[in-house]
Design a protein around this ligand. Structure first.
Ligand code: SAH
Length: 221
């Protein structure tokens, strides 16, 4: 997975991707720009060649360092909630395989993505496909802190289960901005959509149930 050498994306992969997009439509994803980005990105590039077919099933999959590439439905759901516009500045917590970051970048966002695991951060740096997206800026660090130097952001997405809404991430959100954060524990999480209005007031909506790997404190070497 995440090979440094380019891999093939043939008609079979493209066909499986069309089917995946159809499944996501049936599950209620309506944002055509999200669906086009998923159709454009070869998800099998993010997995081992042995799993080329499974890559297009709507399920999460283990990657390196005990982490997962999120289920396509989850990626689509979170991205749809963010109402991404071209040139949006998006802060992502949990780069993982960088699949979610590529979906956002494909939609024209500038992505600032933080990963706390050094091995995973380095691994993604070697991945040939990431080089297609100069609009993804990657950082090794602790997502609880956000990126004060680059703040404020139009959108914030957390792709790990947060035990609470990290206050710094909401501070770093622009007025008019949207944050999408799964909050809960190992037993499950609720997706929260947090909006900040022009006056800086915060509104929280509780949406569906999800299951992510935990958002951990601090960096890991
Ligand atoms: N967005 C990813 C899915 C990531 S899984 C994808 O598309 O593949 C969650 C990731 O969050 C893991 O890689 C994990 O190491 C990372 N993570 C957990 N806690 C974190 C923190 N405090 N800061 C940054 N990354 C964190």
């Amino acid at each position: 997975m995440l090979h440094s050498k380019p891999r093939e994306d043939n008609y079979l992969h493209k066909g499986l991707r069309k089917q995946l997009v159809q499944t996501l439509r049936e599950k209620g994803i309506k944002d055509e720009r999200v669906l086009s980005a998923i159709e454009a990105i070869p998800r099998h590039f993010f997995l081992d060649p042995a799993f080329e077919r499974i890559a297009y099933e709507d399920r999460a999959f283990p990657i390196t360092a005990n982490q997962t590439i999120s289920q396509p439905y989850t990626v689509a759901y979170q991205t749809q909630l963010l109402e991404i516009k071209k040139f949006d500045k998006v802060l992502e917590i949990g780069t993982g395989s960088a699949y979610q970051a590529c979906v956002l970048a494909e939609m024209g966002a500038t992505v600032y993505s933080i990963e706390r695991q050094r091995a995973l951060y380095d691994f993604v740096g070697q991945f040939f496909f990431i080089k297609n997206y100069p609009n993804i800026k990657r950082f090794y660090g602790d997502g609880y802190l956000g990126l004060p130097t680059y703040a404020p952001f139009d959108k914030v997405i957390v792709t790990a289960a947060a035990p609470y809404v990290p206050p710094k991430l909401i501070e770093q959100l622009k007025p008019g901005g949207i944050a999408v954060i799964p909050v809960g524990d190992d037993n499950g999480q609720k997706m929260l959509r947090i909006t900040k209005d022009a006056a800086g007031n915060i509104k929280e909506e509780e949406l569906g149930d999800f299951m992510f790997v935990p958002m951990l404190q601090g960096k890991n070497k």
